[in-house]
Every structure is written in C-alpha cells, then in structure tokens.
Design a binder for this molecule. Structure first.
Ligand code: PGA
Length: 253
C-alpha cells in the first residue's frame, strides 16, 4: 500500500511574516491527519526559519532546487549538504519552470537527481508535456523520455527511494486541471514502464499529480488508483485549501 504524499511548492512567494503565519496555520490543522506524508518547499532562504519554527514531525521540508555540485565556484548556487544542515529531506527536481525558464535539460536534471540520491535525500522528479506536445499525441513519448534520461544516468534502483510528479505543463498555474482520467492514464503508463525494469519499484513508487490541484478537485484526482498524492503550487499558499487537499488524500487511501 502506497502512503499518500501531499507536497506544497511555495515557489518564489512569501516573506518572513507570511511564511510564519502559513506554517503555523497549516500545522494547527494538520496535526490531526496522521495517515499521509506531508511536505512543504519554501523559497530556500526560509528553510532555516521553517526548520526552527516547524513543530510538526510529519511536515517535512523540501528544497525547490539544488546544485548538482558539492562545493566551489558556482555563484548563486546551493549545495545538498547546505540543504541537509537545515533538515531538508526532499528536493524537487525537473520542475517545468526550471526546465523552461532556467534551461535545465534532461541531462542536468539527471545529474541533479543523482546528486540528491547520493546525498541521501529524496528526489521529487517532475515530468510532463506541454499543450502542443499533448495535442500532437506526444505525451507518453515526452514523459517516458524524461524518465528514461534519469534511468540511464542513475539506474532503476535509484527510483527505490524517490518520487515522481506528473505535472502537465499546460495545467501548472493555469487553473486548467487534467481530468482524473487523463492523469490516471499517464500515471499508469509511467508505472507500467517502470515495471518493465523493476516490478517492485514500480508498484511501490509514489507518483504525484500536479497542476492546478485545489480543495475542490483533489478528491476526484486522488481517488484514481495510480495517483498517490499531489504536488500543489498556488493552493499550497492558502492553508485551508492545502488542508482540504490533505484531507482528500487522507480519507481515500
Ligand atoms: P499549481 O502548481 O498547483 O499552481 O498549478 C503546481 C506546481 O507547479 O508544482
């Protein structure tokens, strides 16, 4: 049985005051949900603050990005050892905003994934197609290519302790969610693909859906058999929306 996981990606939002209020608000309501894993990814400059004030052992911290390098002359970058010092346990890698706005290629993403694994943190590998690619019936090809480039670099065993997030690019921040059937279809394709390499890893790995998840649509998505949780952007900045999504995950699995 896969334990549901809900991860909030706060992106580049908030300030000290709003972030404190948000974490306290989330935690005051989250304390009574015990059967799911929960994660938040603040802007990394706020990781020390959250590490200090977060009282909830079941709300883990994630980074939105990492360097693939250990240390050295990489101006502006942050290493995995630095993230670990602030109890960061997960790292989002391959988010479509990193791919498109910051030119991260499948190769760079595979290197980052490998570095995250080596540092013994848990990668949340994001994959997904653009609208043009979906309309050209290329969804499966694109998503599997994104996954295969990581398998080629690190091997299937590296997926044992990692998470995949299917995030159709056309659904991110647009208010346009994939239908539960569209999402389930990609999730089961991904799982079947992994099963060809390693049946146990495929059946154990958690595959999250991301792209305009809200309190109102979470239940229909999270009840699909291959959707094991959500990567939540905009709605994770609103405590009661995030909690409703967590409750939907909690009741249904
Ligand atoms: P969204 O973002 O929920 O605002 O669509 C999801 C994501 O980018 O992870």
């Amino acid at each position: 049985m896969r334990k549901p996981l809900i991860a909030g990606n706060w992106k580049m939002n908030g300030n000290k005051e709003t972030i404190k209020a948000l974490i306290n608000d989330i935690n005051s309501k989250l304390m009574c949900i015990h059967d799911i894993d929960t994660v938040v990814a603040p802007p990394c400059i706020y990781l020390p603050l959250l590490n200090e004030i977060n009282q909830n052992n079941n709300l883990k911290l994630a980074a939105q990005n990492t360097s693939q390098y250990d240390k050295g002359a990489y101006t502006g970058e942050i290493s995995l050892n630095m993230l670990k010092e602030f109890n960061c346990e997960y790292v989002i890698v391959g988010h479509s905003e990193r791919r498109t706005l910051f030119a991260e290629t499948n190769q760079i993403i595979a290197e980052k994934f490998k570095a995250i694994q080596t540092a013994q943190l848990i990668p949340i590998l994001c994959v997904g197609e653009t609208l043009e690619q979906r309309e050209a019936n290329m969804t499966t090809e694109i998503v599997l290519e994104q996954i295969n480039s990581v398998i080629t670099c690190v091997g299937i065993e590296a997926f044992k302790n990692s998470i995949i997030a299917y995030e159709p690019v056309w659904a991110i921040g647009t208010g346009k969610t994939a239908t539960p059937e569209q999402a389930q279809s990609v999730h089961s394709t991904v799982r079947e693909h992994l099963a060809k390499e390693h049946a146990t890893i495929a059946s154990n790995i958690r595959i999250l859906y991301g792209g305009s998840i809200k309190g109102g649509n979470a239940k229909d998505l999270l009840t699909q058999p291959d959707i094991d949780g959500g990567l939540v952007g905009g709605a994770s900045l609103i405590a009661h929306e995030f909690i409703t999504i967590c409750q939907a995950a909690s009741r249904n699995k």
